[in-house]
Design a protein around this ligand. Structure first.
Ligand SMILES: NC(=O)c1ccc[n+]([C@@H]2O[C@H](COP(=O)([O-])OP(=O)(O)OC[C@H]3O[C@@H](n4cnc5c(N)ncnc54)[C@H](OP(=O)(O)O)[C@@H]3O)[C@@H](O)[C@H]2O)c1
Length: 235
């Protein structure tokens, strides 16, 4: 019998994470979500941690107890926060908070989980278009998403010999709460965004989930950055 497969994903209570939980469930994975509120999909196991502070580490046994000693695990670092500030007004505390969730929590989860991840496991990081380029007024987020790509590349090099692969997925604009919060209720802004996308629309979370699933199932994709953005119009 083939080994049980686990998806451990952060931020699957909504958006891209939720769609990913569904995709992996459909493929027969045992799905464990870590976020403050629960994922409402039947069959998903929820762990209610706030990853933006370090308190969750006191209860990490809750996660480890759900896993066998060695398991085939896809670990998806998806939870993130986006704040609005510029280089001129960013506060050190804001930068620390954003990095804690977007970069440090993945590092902490990696060190805990690599102890039980067997051959064939994978670590998939969710970066962003803003992992390789910048726009104004999202300073901390841009810094963190660039860091995530470095984190993925360093992960790849550190895992020589482990038979565990890694990739960073860079979604473009995707129809989720994060996007709605970022854009507000401004239809003109959406039209403007769509006009700069080659396929003329905003991506759906299920499309990004499919890309995450593909990367996790194909070890030939290792140390790689994958854009999932429907094509950007180059000006
Ligand atoms: N949507 C886009 O256009 C877009 C574009 C590029 C990249 N991305 C990236 O894609 C990923 C998913 O984004 P999304 O748009 O799906 O975001 P979303 O709809 O805002 O969902 C974010 C998820 O992260 C969880 N989360 C937030 N703060 C948390 C905390 N302190 N502790 C634990 N979990 C926390 C949320 O759950 P709780 O609130 O329940 O904790 C939620 O499940 C992110 O890494 C984002 O940077 C998104």
């Amino acid at each position: 019998m083939s080994k049980a497969r686990f998806l451990i994903i952060t931020g699957a209570s909504k958006g891209i994470g939720r769609a990913s939980a569904q995709r992996f469930l459909n493929a027969g994975y045992t799905v464990i979500n870590i976020s403050r509120s629960a994922c409402d999909i039947a069959g998903v196991h929820n762990i209610g941690w706030d990853l933006s502070n370090q308190d969750w580490q006191a209860s990490e046994a809750q996660l480890l107890d759900m896993l066998p000693e060695q398991a085939k695990i896809t670990l998806v670092h998806n939870a993130a926060v986006m704040t609005k500030e510029t280089v001129a007004d960013i506060r050190a505390d804001t930068l620390r908070d954003v990095l804690e969730l977007n970069v440090v929590a993945p590092a902490r989860l990696n060190t805990r989980l690599l102890k039980v991840m067997s051959e064939g496991s994978s670590i998939i990081y969710i970066s962003s278009t803003l992992g390789t380029k910048a726009v104004a007024n999202t300073h901390a987020y841009v810094v963190s998403k660039h860091a995530v790509i470095g984190q993925m590349r360093a992960t790849c090099q550190d895992l020589v010999g482990r038979q565990i692969h890694t990739a960073a997925i860079c979604p473009g604009f995707t129809e989720t709460e994060m996007l709605s919060e970022h854009l507000g209720a401004n239809p003109e802004m959406r039209a403007q965004i769509s006009a700069n996308i080659v396929l003329g629309r905003i991506a759906q979370p299920a499309e990004i989930a499919e890309t995450i699933f593909f990367a996790s199932e194909n070890p030939v994709i290792n140390g790689t950055v994958i854009d999932a953005n429907l094509g950007q119009v180059e000006n």
